[in-house]
Design a protein around this ligand. Structure first.
Ligand SMILES: NC(=O)c1ccc[n+]([C@@H]2O[C@H](COP(=O)([O-])OP(=O)(O)OC[C@H]3O[C@@H](n4cnc5c(N)ncnc54)[C@H](OP(=O)(O)O)[C@@H]3O)[C@@H](O)[C@H]2O)c1
Length: 285
């Protein structure tokens, strides 16, 4: 495993396992347990994924020392304020059965995220969380956030994949020393990613799968990624990206796949945000 050192000195694995949409708790526990057995050290869950207990059970079953794992969870929208962050954090901690979290992030830039951050700064200073960060913050939010807070986020999670490459966001984060982490690094299979011509050609050339080409391309750009797979073979494959190099020419060729468009429904319009907030209130966090 390769690691990156965050702006507070904490080391974070460059590839982890995401467990979004893994709603079956038995499946989730087994998947996380097997992942840790095969070498995954970073697990990405969230209060809103409603599977923190299952992740916690897998951690407890594993023989890997707690300090070798890097567990991320996220504060949901309805709890995003000072009191809510304290409550939400404790609930996540209890569900995971842990006494600290490695990375705790604000899941969405909605509600009182400045108030929530004050609570998270306190949790960080009390040693209950090793790093605090944000999620889905565009560069305008990020810059404002840095300006009006004492502690700078260590990480910002955003969608990043071959079709939505986020080069400008990446350069802002590099300049501000905030680690970029890619969610949906395989675009959740959208836009026919796995049958893309260029990626298939590169797969043949490097004797690696399309997923490995994409994850390696993210790694070479200095981006942490958290692919989700419930399949043991594919989970192994997604971890096995540290023994080859994509040439500069091929990196540039992949750059041409950028559409500068999200692969998912966006929330730029008032109506889209209103619909999202209605859904957000229904999560059992
Ligand atoms: N913070 C946020 O707002 C946010 C939003 C979305 C996602 N996330 C995080 O990012 C993680 C990953 O995103 P995602 O789940 O949306 O999508 P993803 O990781 O981009 O793609 C997952 C899909 O690709 C398939 N897959 C995985 N590895 C493969 C391989 N080697 N070959 C072929 N197919 C493969 C999986 O199927 P199988 O399981 O069958 O292998 C699944 O259908 C989430 O689990 C979550 O932790 C965060």
């Amino acid at each position: 495993m390769e690691f990156v050192t965050l702006n507070n000195g904490v080391k974070m694995p460059m590839v982890g396992l995401g467990v979004f949409r893994v709603n079956d708790h038995k499946e989730c526990e087994e998947m996380v347990y097997q992942a840790i057995e095969m070498g995954y050290r970073l697990i990405d869950t969230a209060a809103a994924y409603e599977n923190e207990e299952a992740v916690g059970r897998a951690i407890k079953r594993s023989r890997v020392p707690r300090e070798d794992l890097f567990i991320t969870t996220k504060l949901w929208v309805t709890d995003t304020n000072y009191e809510g962050a304290k409550r939400g954090f404790q609930r996540s901690l209890d569900r995971l059965g842990l006494d600290y979290i490695d990375l705790y992030v604000i899941h969405q830039p909605n509600n009182d995220y400045y108030g929530a951050w004050r609570a998270m700064e306190e949790l960080y200073q009390e040693g209950k969380v090793r790093a605090i960060g944000v999620d889905n913050f565009q560069q305008d939010r990020l810059v404002d956030f840095i300006n009006f807070n004492r502690i700078k986020p260590a990480v910002n999670l955003i969608e990043a994949n071959v079709f939505f490459q986020r080069e400008e966001e990446l350069s802002v984060m590099k300049e501000k020393n905030i680690q970029m982490e890619a969610w949906s690094p395989l675009a959740a299979g959208n836009n026919d990613l796995f049958s893309n011509d260029l990626l298939q050609q590169l797969s043949i050339k490097y004797k690696k799968s399309v997923a490995q080409i994409v994850l390696r391309w993210l790694f070479q750009r200095g981006i942490v990624s958290i692919p989700k797979s419930s399949n043991l073979k594919r989970m192994k494959e997604n971890l096995d990206i540290f023994d080859f190099d994509i040439t500069k020419e091929d990196m540039n060729a992949i750059a041409h796949l950028d559409t500068n468009q999200s692969c998912f429904p966006t929330r730029y319009k008032a109506k889209e945000v209103e619909e999202f907030l209605e859904i957000a209130k229904k999560y059992k966090v």
